[in-house]
Design a binder for this molecule. Structure first.
Ligand SMILES: Cc1cc2nc3c(=O)[nH]c(=O)nc-3n(C[C@H](O)[C@H](O)[C@H](O)COP(=O)(O)OP(=O)(O)OC[C@H]3O[C@@H](n4cnc5c(N)ncnc54)[C@H](O)[C@@H]3O)c2cc1C
Ligand SMILES: NC(=O)c1ccc[n+]([C@@H]2O[C@H](COP(=O)([O-])OP(=O)(O)OC[C@H]3O[C@@H](n4cnc5c(N)ncnc54)[C@H](O)[C@@H]3O)[C@@H](O)[C@H]2O)c1
Length: 472
């Protein structure tokens, strides 16, 4: 057994752990990094990267069915699913070197490829090593939550960890769960020529603005996805080679493949948290606002901390704790400026409060400024007019923004800056957006906030009238 002493021990080499390790070592700390699975974690291997690569291939196939309106004729695209998955694998392989053991070794991090578990409040065992560290960071991520559906043990099922090894297109993909994973995979597969049925127990993308999700729902249905909402899956069973799914209200759906997209479970099983006196909550490891656990030497970041579960959040958490780990300075993780995007076509983006949340918080003080993509000239030229920007404003400051539309994920970045810096609407109107760009929708939404104040104000009209009389 080798004993190692270090300044910082990071458990998990995914989005959060890698950011802490890279930051800490480059600022002079001794760092040990443990990874029991693949370097790069969920995002690179089973999450963001493969899902966005698959969506890109699906969009390519879809575009070929939409050329006629542009005066271009093409033949029906032929999808080679194995070829599509080769594109997915190649995308992962291209990005992988950035997260690789070699790169981190090169930076000076001691990388140990083994699962870590606490054996005392300061010590972690990983394979043949026992590591004692001044500070320990748990960044072990999450895994697909598998709900206890009767009959699930009698049928084969896919999760985000196994989907990418399929080489033959599913004939009919049943997806349980209409959250971001379910919805992205539904659109990807219907565009690649599969039949797709999504069964959602509550409401599709239930955390998002219902008006915008209604538009997205209509788009998915138009493209051929069968959407079943308000009916949780009650039972599953094999019928010959196929899988039969029964909902709570006794509707029956039969498909060739089953994908579970029913949320996440924090990866804490292997850690023996009790040995270190680390408390958990219903969703993950319990932390304070500075991401410190009930063991003062230990921090938890990213998915395992059980809050917002996104790669950019894991990266943000890394930045928050590096300040404390390396300089001993207090630091807190905020959430109100964190954007999230579902990468359907059109994309659905959110930062800050939705209209419902903002109405609850601000009541009559809330104003909502809106602008439709149909009024954006670039969107008209590109035939991507579906969508809307909604800006929730209280006291002249945006408190939330919801965008459905082409490139919404990129468009919401401006509002993430606005919310992070508590900027006012008038500062957004100071921006000149180039014409003709989609970015103009942001400027026009801000304009929509001010136009009633300027164009419908008697005082403004009276002032202009007066000035005009005196102007030479
Ligand atoms: C299908 C899908 C699509 C997604 N798309 C997006 C997206 O587009 N944008 C976005 O922002 N987010 C997306 N996410 C979420 C994103 O993948 C996660 O939020 C992110 O990976 C979390 O990073 P992390 O560092 O907390 O955990 P991870 O990246 O999962 O890393 C944790 C690592 O810890 C390792 N580990 C676990 N236990 C131990 C142990 N005991 N010892 C050693 N190592 C251990 C694991 O093997 C893993 O490599 C998606 C998720 C899924 C499932
Ligand atoms: N674009 C992105 O950034 C992106 C993409 C995918 C995933 N993610 C991350 O991964 C997380 C997990 O995504 P997800 O979609 O798996 O989870 P989720 O929790 O967002 O959605 C799961 C859905 O499954 C439904 N459900 C659960 N059990 C069910 C049952 N038995 N029958 C029918 N419906 C059931 C729930 O009502 C819920 O709507 C997301 O919250 C997000 O943080 C992000």
């Amino acid at each position: 057994m080798e004993r190692i002493k270090t300044d910082v021990l990071v458990i998990g080499a995914g989005s959060g752990g890698l950011s802490v390790a890279a930051g800490a070592v480059q600022m002079g700390a001794r760092v040990v990094l443990l990874e029991g699975g693949e370097m790069g974690g969920d995002c690179l291997n089973y999450g963001c990267v493969p899902s966005k690569a698959l969506l890109a291939a699906a969009k390519m196939a879809h575009m070929h069915t939409r050329t006629q309106a542009f005066g271009i004729t093409t033949s029906k695209p032929q999808v080679d699913y194995a070829g599509v998955m080769a594109h997915v694998a190649e995308t992962i392989a291209t990005i992988a070197p950035v997260d690789s053991q070699e790169r981190f070794k090169g930076l000076g991090v001691r990388v140990i490829r083994a699962w870590g578990k606490f054996i005392s409040p300061q010590e972690v065992q990983a394979g043949d090593h026992v590591i004692t560290a001044r500070r320990i960071v748990i960044a072990t991520g999450s895994s697909p939550a598998v709900p206890p559906i009767p009959g699930l043990d009698t049928v084969p099922y896919l999760t985000n960890e196994t989907l990418w090894s399929l080489r033959q297109a599913p004939d009919h993909l049943l997806i349980v769960g209409g959250g971001p994973v379910g919805v992205e995979m539904a659109q990807a597969h219907v565009r690649l020529g599969c039949r797709v049925t999504v069964i959602e127990g509550a409401r599709l993308l239930g955390k998002d603005d219902p008006e915008l999700t209604a538009t997205l729902r209509a788009r998915l249905t138009d493209e051929g996805v069968t959407l079943v909402e308000g009916a949780a899956v009650a039972a599953l069973r094999p019928v010959g080679e196929r899988i039969e799914l029964r909902t709570e209200n006794d509707e029956v759906y039969t498909g060739s493949h089953l994908l579970l997209a029913t949320g996440r479970r924090a990866n804490t099983d292997k850690l023996d948290l009790k040995a270190a006196g680390i408390e958990t909550s219903d969703t993950g490891i319990r932390t304070d606002a500075g991401l410190r656990t009930s063991n003062r030497r230990v921090y938890a970041i990213g998915d395992v901390a059980g809050g917002l579960q996104f790669t950019h959040v894991a990266g943000y958490h890394a930045g928050v704790i590096l300040r404390t780990l390396l300089f001993g300075l207090p630091s807190k993780a905020a959430t109100q400026h964190i954007p999230r995007v579902t990468y359907t076509d059109p994309e659905l983006a959110q930062v800050g409060l939705t209209e419902t949340e903002a109405r609850w918080q601000y009541g009559a003080r809330l104003e909502v400024a809106e602008f439709d993509f149909a009024e954006n000239d670039r969107a008209v030229a590109e035939r991507v007019t579906t969508g809307r920007v909604k800006v929730m404003v209280a006291g002249g400051r945006p408190v939330g923004v919801s965008i459905l539309g082409s490139g919404a994920g990129d468009l919401v970045a401006l509002w993430a800056l606005v919310l992070a810096n508590r900027l006012k609407m008038r500062q957004v109107t100071a921006m000149v957006a180039p014409y003709p760009t989609m970015a103009e929708v942001n400027k026009r939404a801000a304009g929509a906030y001010f136009s009633p104040r300027l164009f419908e104000s008697r005082m403004v009209k009276r002032a202009v009238g007066l000035v005009q009389r005196w102007l030479p």
